[in-house]
Ligand binder design. Structure first.
Ligand code: GZL
Length: 337
């Protein structure tokens, strides 16, 4: 019996042996990335190869958990590879998925450029690719089937619109902003920066002093904030941080400088994980724009459609909200990441 790629369909045992063989093969290469293949594939009908960026933030860990849970729920066999924040590990993983002839490939590209060759190889192998969370910038169109992820530009706009409301409420005449940016050349970094700048562009009170790359990491967020405080001190009115991890790294640095986050410095963050929401409720963060990591349902439903040769939407954006000190968050449900 052969499936649509001419690959001899093998039974449960066969898939297990196949996975055992691939596991041996995988151990033959340096273990820069962590790989998980299903011990007991629950649906050899659809094998999905997923390359995840790493585990740099609570958001990323929540995204991985959701992908794994939804694959289980939809009975999809998942070959999962963690790239440990390295693009070369993602490219190698995608090549392994192609070699293994998975039915669908999904991945969250750490940066937008550098994917043309491997995505062309996937296309030539007849394997559709789902972009999860972040986008790619390729010279050729049509190398991926769709993008499932947040509207990062809108997140930036929401952050800027909150700041304008906050400046009005406080009667501020001059607003000096420092920006802790996400991973350079990544989709969320580029679009959150653009959306925020566009939202405040018409407001003459707004002045972005400087932007530094914090790579979405807590430790780098602290370093960026230390640099800003040494350079600008209490000139700083606002810190706009592209994710909660970097925000949570920055807060203690503000306090060490004798300033009160949420009062002396307005703090605006993005993601909406439980830790940041708890700090928002304590008053040390003023606004958290939601970026949901729960994309697994859409990924699995899209993979099934692609496997069945059905049309899929080019872009699928989840609904997202804003949490801030303008609201009563007492009864906000647990965030789950
Ligand atoms: C956003 C995602 C970003 C998160 C960060 O969808 O790509 O990457 O905002 C994560 O927390 O590191």
């Amino acid at each position: 019996m052969r499936n649509n790629k001419g690959r001899k369909k093998i039974g449960k045992i066969g898939v297990k042996c196949g996975l055992a063989m691939i596991s041996c093969l995988l151990f033959a290469v340096p273990l820069f990335a962590c790989r998980k293949t299903p011990a007991e594939p629950n649906n050899p009908e659809l094998l999905l190869g997923f390359s995840q960026i790493g585990s740099e933030s609570a958001w990323r860990v929540g995204n991985t958990t959701d992908i794994e849970e939804k694959a289980e729920e939809y009975g999809i066999s998942l070959m999962f590879e963690d790239a440990n924040q390295k693009q070369e590990n993602q490219i190698a993983a995608i090549r392994r998925f192609i070699a293994y002839k998975v039915d669908v490939i999904a991945f969250s590209p750490i940066v937008e450029e550098g994917w043309d060759n491997v995505l062309t190889e996937a296309k030539n192998a007849g394997i559709p690719v789902i972009l999860v969370d972040r986008d790619v910038n390729t010279s050729e169109e049509g190398l991926t089937a769709c993008l499932i992820g947040a509207d990062f530009y809108s997140e930036g706009v929401k952050a800027g619109e909150y700041l304008i409301r906050k400046a009005d409420a406080l009667g501020l005449e001059q607003v000096n902003i420092v920006e802790i940016a996400g991973t350079d050349n990544s989709t969320p970094m580029r679009q959150r920066q653009a959306g925020f700048k566009d939202a405040i562009a018409g407001d003459e009170r707004m002045n972005i002093l400087e932007s530094i790359d914090g790579d979405f990491l807590k430790s780098r967020g602290a370093e960026c904030m230390r640099t800003f405080l040494e350079k600008y001190g209490d000139e700083i009115d606002v810190v706009y941080s592209h994710n909660d991890e970097m925000t949570l790294g920055a807060l203690p640095e503000i306090e060490k400088a004798g300033l009160k986050p949420g009062e002396d410095i307005i703090v605006i963050s993005i993601d909406g994980g439980q830790d940041a929401i708890d700090v928002l409720k304590s008053g040390k963060i003023n606004c958290v724009v939601e970026c949901t990591p729960k994309l697994g349902k859409e990924v699995m439903e899209t993979a099934i459609k692609l496997k069945n040769g059905e049309e899929v939407d080019a872009i699928i954006h989840p609904e997202e909200q804003v949490f801030s000190d303008e609201q009563d968050l007492t009864n906000l449900a647990p965030r789950g990441y």
